[in-house]
Structures are given as structure tokens and as C-alpha cells.
Design a protein around this ligand. Structure first.
Ligand code: PMP
Length: 418
């Protein structure tokens, strides 16, 4: 007879991670709150690692989903044409692409962000006939062997062997402690036949590195990168899996820099309701796929198309939602700065509703998250040595909830220094 109280530790692999940070069994969730089976409520500053921008069990999305299922709407369809997919594509074109003057083809590469990255890398290699990719220090792009090759995290790459994609890591903006990196040496190396650098197919970049420690690239740095790529005929891939769907304010995080990447990846919150869904977007001239060349069983999550469509219609048909996120983000940033000023070796970083509290002293960020959890707040650490507390609340969170979470965080920080 199996003992259900130990099943997680006896049956589930040692690879489990979040369950160690937050040792409870979760049961239900609503809005910005998640509840354990013991009845304890936690304010959620984690939001499914950015997959729940519209909160848990959002009422508008839930109604649409329940009604779709009640009407026997199709759940699984590979890449067949369905009404749910048509409605999603129409809403995506009307609410997102057209108002921004963006001309992208849409690929459904599979259920996860990693799938979107994998398709982007493969397409860039096919389109240019070149193989290597430039990635960045502290980048995170996913766990399949291609996406892992462009992920700058040796812990995640441990034991995976020779990278599948030849990737050259470049310093991300401000990697050298505040020294602006202007691509000077990179241009030189690209132009120098003696440098040993293979001409790359693409550069893949996050505008803000979420997993890497909430490292914010300056818009001018992103523009310089985009210019460099355009001049040298190198494709620019922006991985917007975590920072897209309004996390930083605008729907696409690269809008702040006024750039138009050749390829964009989206996942996490695009499905709206925490259901798996991913998109790879690319300029029409890059649509060189042969029919059926890149497939996958789970490319047509129709219930996710339904909630994705309703989320776009509900939140993205005017600038209100974007503005609200920026207002809430400034409020969080202000309060975090006040908090950081009270302690030595603490600083802040972020944009919109992705904000970080960085600790110079080792292990402090982990301690703060653990104390915050005990006090009823979910927040995770990020960065190569887990030195940053990353705040990623649902974008639909109220100002009172934000204030409450920030006061729990302030108390946890004071206790950690205690
Ligand atoms: N790219 C980025 C920027 C991410 O943050 C993540 C996930 N944290 C991924 C790709 C991979 O997405 P998934 O976990 O859905 O495969």
C-alpha cells in the first residue's frame, strides 16, 4: 500500500525544485492567491514563473473555457484548422500585430517555451545556411539540447555533453559591473577572418534576463545589437517567453527599444490560463519551412487557444492594461528602492512587473524567500548564484495586494539580516 504522504519523495525524481523551496501541497488558487491543502493562503509573486500574467482562474477566461468544454469544443487537433485556432489568430492579428505594425507569420511549435526556441534556432540555421548562434552570458532559453546550448547556466548544462548547437556566449549588457558594452570588440571579431569565429546564423537575446537574475538590457544596447545584426545579415531572435505578454508593460518587451526582431518566441502567459501554448513568430520572408518539416503532437491546444483569444480581447484592445502595469511597476520599484536603502549590499533592478532585489551577501536571497514563504508570500530566487529575489506577480494584482506582499518581503529581509 502506497503512503500518499510520502509519494512525492519516494516516487518523484530528485530533480524536483520548487517543491523544495515551498514545502507544502498546493490545492486551489484564485487571482493573486494560491492555497495549500492545509488551508494556508499564499500571495503569489511568482505567477507560475510568468505563465499566469492574468492571475489564477481568471473569471473571464474561466467562463470562456467552461463554455467551450461544455459545447464539446475540440481539445486536441495537432495542426489541423479549427475554429478555436482561427479565432485566436484573428484576435492576435487584430489586437497585437496590426496595432503595432508588425508583419509576422505565426508558427505553433509545440507546447512549451523551449519548443518555440528550438524552432527559432532551427529556422535561423535553415534560412541562413549557417550554423552557429551567438547567445549571452546568464541567458536562459530552455532545456532541450539545442535550447540548452544557448543557455548560459553551467548547472543546467551539467553532464549534457557537447553542445548540439555551436553557440558563442557574449557579455550581456552591464555584465562587466556597470561598464557599458558597446559591441565594439564583437564587430571587430566578426570582421576579422583571423578571429576564429564562425559567421553566426543568429543572435538570441532576452531583453531582460528573468532566470539570469533580472538583468535589464538598456534600450540603446538592444538597438545597437539590432543594428549590428541588420548590418551583418545576422538574424535577431528575441526570446520573449518570460518577458512577453505584457510583463514589462507593452505586449512585446522589445517595444521599449523600438526594434523589430526577425524572430520572436512567446509562451508562458500567451495561453492566458496557465495552459501550455507557444508561438514562434518570424518575418514572412523567413517562412521557408517545407510543409510538415517541423511537427509535434501537441501544437494545437484548443482550450488554450480559447483562453488566449479571450485574454487578448479582454486586456489588449487598448493601452489601459499596459499603462496599469507600468504604474504598478513604478510603485513596486519605488518601494523596493526604499527597502534596499535600509540595508547594505542590497540593490534593485527591473521594469514593469518584473522586479528584482539583489543581495551581495551569499545565500541571503534564498533566506529571504524562505522567510517570506513562512509568512505567506511566494517569490523565487534567480541569477547564477541565486542572489536575486525575483518578483513576478500577476499583472492583474491589486495595489493593496502589491503593498501587502512588499511589506512581507521587507519584514523577511529585516529578519534575514537580523
Ligand atoms: N526562454 C525563456 C526566456 C524562459 O524564461 C524560459 C522558461 N523559464 C524558456 C525559454 C523555456 O520555457 P519552457 O520552460 O516553457 O520550456
Amino acid at each position: 500500500m502506497i503512503d500518499p504522504s510520502t509519494i512525492f519523495t519516494t516516487l518523484e525524481s530528485e530533480v524536483r525544485g520548487y517543491s523544495r523551496n515551498w514545502p507544502t501541497v498546493f490545492d486551489t488558487a484564485k487571482g493573486s492567491w494560491i492555497r495549500g491543502e492545509d488551508g494556508r493562503e499564499y500571495l503569489d509573486f511568482f505567477a507560475g514563473a510568468g505563465a499566469l500574467n492574468y492571475g489564477h482562474n481568471n473569471d473571464v477566461l474561466k467562463r470562456a473555457l467552461l463554455s467551450y468544454l461544455a459545447d464539446d469544443g475540440i481539445t486536441h487537433s495537432l495542426d489541423m484548422h479549427t475554429v478555436a485556432k482561427r479565432d485566436f489568430l484573428t484576435a492576435f492579428e487584430e489586437n497585437i500585430l496590426r496595432p503595432r505594425g508588425l508583419d509576422y507569420k505565426v508558427q505553433f511549435p509545440g507546447p512549451t517555451g523551449t519548443n518555440a526556441v528550438e524552432a527559432a534556432l532551427k529556422l535561423a540555421r535553415k534560412a541562413t545556411g549557417r550554423e552557429s548562434i551567438i547567445s549571452f552570458t546568464n541567458a536562459f532559453h530552455g532545456m532541450t539540447l539545442g535550447a540548452l546550448s544557448v543557455t548560459g547556466n553551467s548547472m543546467k548544462r551539467a553532464g549534457a555533453g557537447v553542445p548540439l548547437v555551436h553557440a558563442t556566449p557574449m557579455p550581456f549588457d552591464n555584465y562587466f559591473d556597470g561598464v557599458a558594452e558597446d559591441f565594439h570588440w564583437f564587430s571587430r571579431v566578426l570582421d576579422d577572418s583571423g578571429s576564429g569565429l564562425n559567421r553566426p546564423a543568429a543572435v538570441i537575446v532576452e531583453t531582460i534576463q528573468g532566470e539570469g537574475g533580472v538583468n535589464v538590457a538598456r534600450p540603446e544596447w538592444l538597438r545597437a545589437l539590432a543594428d549590428l545584426c541588420a548590418e551583418r545579415d545576422i538574424l535577431l531572435i528575441v526570446d520573449d517567453v518570460q518577458m512577453g505578454c505584457g510583463r514589462t508593460g507593452p505586449f512585446f518587451s522589445f517595444e521599449v527599444a523600438g526594434i523589430t526582431p526577425d524572430i520572436v518566441t512567446l509562451s508562458k502567459s500567451i495561453g492566458g490560463y496557465g495552459m501550455p501554448m507557444a508561438l514562434t513568430l518570424f518575418k514572412p520572408e523567413l517562412d521557408i519551412w517545407a510543409p510538415g518539416e517541423h511537427n509535434g503532437t501537441f501544437r494545437g491546444n484548443n482550450p488554450a487557444f480559447v483562453t488566449a483569444r479571450v485574454a487578448l480581447e479582454q486586456y489588449w484592445n487598448d493601452k489601459q492594461f499596459e499603462g496599469d502595469t507600468l504604474i504598478k511597476g513604478s510603485r513596486v520599484a519605488e518601494k523596493l528602492t526604499t527597502l534596499a536603502d535600509d540595508f547594505d549590499g542590497v540593490s534593485t533592478r527591473g521594469r514593469g512587473l518584473v522586479q528584482g532585489l539583489a543581495f551581495e551577501q551569499p545565500d541571503l536571497a534564498t533566506k529571504v524567500c524562505s522567510l517570506a514563504f513562512d509568512a505567506g508570500l511566494l517569490a523565487e530566487t534567480s541569477g547564477p548564484s541565486d542572489q536575486v529575489v525575483k518578483l513576478l506577480p500577476p499583472l492583474t494584482i491589486s495595489e493593496d495586494e502589491l503593498d501587502h506582499g512588499l511589506s512581507v518581503l521587507a519584514e523577511a529581509t529585516a529578519r534575514a539580516f537580523g
